[in-house]
Design a protein. Sequence first.
Length: 333
Amino acid sequence: MGSRFDEMRIFSGNGNPDLTRLICERVGVPQGDATIVRFSNENIFVRLNESVREKDVFVVQSLSTPNLSDRVMELLIMLDACRRASAGRVTAVIPYFAYGRTDKKDQPRVPITARLLADMIQAAGAHQVLTIDLHAGQIQGFFNIPTDELTAMHLLVRYWADKGWDDMIVVSPDVGFAKRGRNFAEALGAPLAISEKRRVQHFGRHDGSHTSAEILNLIGDVAGKRCIVVDDEIATGGSILEVVQLLEREGAREIYACCVHPVFTASAVQRLSNSGIQELVTTDTLPLPPDKRWPSLTILSVSHLIAEVIQRIHSGVSVDTIFTQRNHPALGR
Ligand code: R5P
C-alpha cells in the first residue's frame, strides 16, 4: 500500500540516540537534522534544521534517566516544533514510557501522572503514539489519539526458546504480572510459577499488640528446574532479587531473568551483577552505557521491531501480522 505522505522523517531526542540511529539504519533513511540545546538557565531549545512541511514525522524519545524531566520536555518541545512547522502527521515514538507506575489514584490526594503525561504529549501536537510494553495496559486509554503498544516479549521468548532447554519454568515476580507471565510461559511451552507477596499479622499474646511483615510465597514447584523470571521493567532490582532469593530457597537449579525495560537505577547494576542470576536478558528500549553493562547481561535490540512498525505506519499497513507470525524477522535480534 502507498503512503498518503510523500516522505518520512525520523528525529531523535537525547533519550536514546543509539536506538534512533539503529532504527534509521533499518528503515533506510538518514536521521532528521535537529538541534537541541539546554541553555544555562536550563531552558531547552529545539530547532529542526530541515523542512517537515506535510511530511510523516516520527520523533523518537525514550523517557530515560538521568535527567528524566529534561527528556520529557525535549519530547514535548520537539512535538511542538514539528506541529508549528506544518508536519503532515507527527508520531511520538516512546520506547519507554516513564511514570507508568503512577497510573491510578490509590491514595488520597495523589496524581495520575501517567495520564498527565499523556495529556501533555497530545497537547504538544502528537497525532499518534508508538510505545513498547507499558507498565499497565490501561495507560493506552489515557491517550485519545491512536496508540500502538508493541511488545518485546516475543523477542525475549525467542531468545530463551533458542536455548533448547527442556526443564525451564517461567516465574512471574508478582500476582500483578501473572497474566503476562502466563502468556510468556505458554509461548515458551513451559510451566508457570508465581511469586506472591503476603502480609502476615502477628498478635502479641499478652498485650494485644500486633506487628505485620511481608513474606514471599511461591505458587508452583521450581526444585531442580531452570527458572526464567520475567518482568516488564527492573528499576532498583529490589523486586527481582527478593524473588531470586526465594527461588534459591525453593531449590531452583539455575536462575535466569529477563525484562523489557532496563531502568537500572541507583545500585541496581552492582546488586544484579553480584546476584544469583546466571544471565539477565533485556532490550535497548533504554540506553545502557558501559557502566550499566556486565558480562552476564544480554541486550536484544528492539530496533528491528520499531523500524518495521514505522514503515508499516508510514505505508498504512497493519502491524498485527508481525506478532501473529512468530518467526517474523522484526521479532529477531
Ligand atoms: C512492578 O510492578 C514491576 O513489574 C516491577 O517489578 C518493578 O517496577 C521493578 O522495580 P524494582 O526493580 O525497583 O523492584
